[in-house]
Design a protein around this ligand. Structure first.
Ligand code: HEC
Ligand code: HEC
Length: 161
């Protein structure tokens, strides 16, 4: 028992953790938001938009994003080298493992799965994307109220007016 108990507890802890982590659809192969957070990522990468969960992009995309912070979508989001490295390591470690194409886009919203879910099905009228309450497809929180927790369940989707 002395040996078994800690092992069992570890297994139980892992299981309950996995159950509380939200998955974003089927093709990423990992929870979008790992149980393990990183304080620097949570602060620095949430300064201008929500901190995008690591599992939304493959490792190669995160590498590109993180080496281009000086010219980050028209802004300067550069960080001291040590911080950038720590954040890169975090994002890469928990990046999407199953990616449906070999492309490594800079944007989540350029991913094949994103287009399939948001544009191809034509469930969201084109005009919705133009609304002031949405502004950009990268503004996940406009429609997914729990996006910053990595939760993209249908239940938490509400299209704003
Ligand atoms: C100084 C402000 C600023 C900071 C800090 C910042 N970003 Fe951004 N980020 C932007 C802007 C502006 C965009 C483009 C917004 C848009 O087009 O919707 C963007 C877009 C992105 C996108 C693409 C979203 C999409 O459209 O799919 C990713 C990924 C991203 N940022 C990651 C990061 C990461 C990782 C960090 C932390 C290292 C970070 N950002 C910090 C301003 C910032
Ligand atoms: C204009 C509103 C809107 C915005 C902005 C938006 N989404 Fe969505 N998203 C939706 C809707 C509606 C669906 C449901 C589509 C369907 O029926 O499959 C969806 C579906 C999803 C799904 C699939 C959920 C599932 O269980 O199949 C994921 C993952 C997702 N969105 C991620 C994102 C991410 C990441 C962002 C930001 C980069 C984002 N979305 C921005 C409206 C939006």
């Amino acid at each position: 028992m002395r040996f078994i108990t800690p092992v069992l507890m570890a297994v139980l802890a892992t299981t309950s953790m996995a159950a509380s982590v939200k998955y974003n659809g089927e093709n990423r192969g990992k929870p979008v938001m790992p149980a393990q957070s990183n304080a620097k990522w949570a602060t620095e990468c949430a300064a201008c938009h929500m901190a995008y969960p690591p599992g939304l992009l493959p490792a190669a995309s995160w590498q590109k994003v993180m080496t281009g912070l000086g010219q980050h979508f028209g802004t300067d989001a550069s960080l001291p080298a040590a911080e950038a490295k720590e954040i890169t390591d975090y994002l890469v470690k928990y990046a999407a493992i199953r990616w449906t194409s070999s492309a490594a886009p800079l944007r989540i919203t350029e991913g094949q799965w994103f287009k399939a879910k948001h544009y191809d099905k034509k469930e969201i009228a084109p005009a919705v994307w133009q609304r002031e309450s949405v502004t950009s497809p990268g503004n996940c929180m406009a429609c997914h109220s729990a996006a910053d927790k990595g939760n993209f369940d249908e239940k938490s989707i509400k299209i704003p007016q």
